[in-house]
Write a protein that binds this ligand. Sequence first.
Ligand code: GAP
Length: 483
Amino acid sequence: MCLCAALWLNFTNSVNPVFVTAPNIDTIVSLAKRRGFVFPSSEIYGGLGSAWDYGPLGVELCNNVKQAWWRWLVYERDDIEGIDSSIILNRLVWKYSGHEATFNDWLVDCRKCKGRFRSDKIVENKCPSCGASDWTEARPFNTMLQTKLGAVADDDPTALAYLRPETAQGIFVNFLNVQTTMRRKLPFGIAQVGKSFRNEVTPGNFILRTREFEQMEMEYFVSPGAEHSKLVDYWVDQYLEWFSSLGINRENLYLYEVPQDELAHYSKRTVDIMYRYFPEREKPWEELMGIAWRTDFDLSIHSKNKLDAEGNRVNPDSTEDLSYFDEPTKQRFYPHVIEPAAGVNRTVLAVLMDAYSEKTNDKGETRVILKLSPQLAPIKAAILPLAKNKPEIVGMAKAIKRSLQPVLRAVYDDTGGIGKLYARQDEIGTPFCVTVDHQSLEDEAVTVRDRDTWEQERVKVSDLAEHLQKRLKPYPIGAPEVS
Ligand code: GAP
């Protein structure tokens, strides 16, 4: 055994484990940058406040979260279809959805220091910059990000378009396309994952609030007579279970029943699932996702046949009626919608905070271990040669890496002693380290080390892929029938 391996074993033997979740977001910011998960965007020009770039491990983690979500809803259930709509939609979509008129933050200016703030974020009527209490009247600021389409003059109003502030509208305007082509009957859902944009007045807290972010939204269409409130509860429970399958501790989640006067214009009931993003603060909770009963607001408002109380068309621009004909009751109606809307970036942050743990040995040395659920880990197995100056060992390790690659994400690493290599993989959440040593050349077996227990077992190379795949199997989530 080389000296490094011996030192590492010594370390593990003397370890007195202390596991904690991340004490604050800054701990994750630093780990994320150090280990290639997330970098400040355009940093060489001083950065861009609220923009972040996902590095080699971050992009894998995000993809794994999105894939886990898609698999859970679109593949494992029988009642949900997927879609990928445009980011830039006809401007009329945003007129009728109500976003042009109401997607506002309310701003106030401090008359003393001229600072501008969201009025709902002012604490005790004091300016966060200078402490004064002399404010202008609050006025609305529409947070949809604008752009212009085509080679047009700067002041041509017809060229105005928006980058979508939610993925949901792309689902609503495609409701009939999906329902008819896939021959769907209620209840059924349409899921979409993709970028959304909001000109946030106060972005911040790392990837928690940014102007460009990703959403995983699902619109679940049901009849007007369904038990909508129960369905909201049903989807809350489903998501609590899904978050738990991602390794998020239930104790770090909290349900917030949004009061009537805070509901969005389309919602009759919304429950937010909050995560403990600020464990160090008196108010630790921030929204991870929301589950809203959007009524029939969106489908009816985008429909040409919807009439107001005076019998006038509500939407004279629409060329389609998005109603649904229910064969058993022979009735035509606008379906109601239950919408679970989650953020990819906020889910990734919650996953990282919950996975963060530290082990401290008797000497006070601390090691970081990212206990990511194996399905989310950017790298599933690291293949490490115990002696990098032995061509036979290196060759065998590289061949094992290549043989695993078709079934799982594996890497080869020989850039340090075995102790350092183990520590690096622990810190990025790799569930398994596979070590090739001198003995491997004779017995065609390798040592598989478990990230969480540090237990090691000897596995035949011919059984390795199956062995790892078995241990990586995602936690299954039930998908009970909905009526
Ligand atoms: N279609 C409904 C909708 O968009 P929302 O509560 O405004 O509802 C849903 O957004 C989720 O999108 C939020 O719970 C959050 O996870 C994510 N999200 C919203 N704004 C965000 C931002 N500025 N930065 C990062 N994530 C954001």
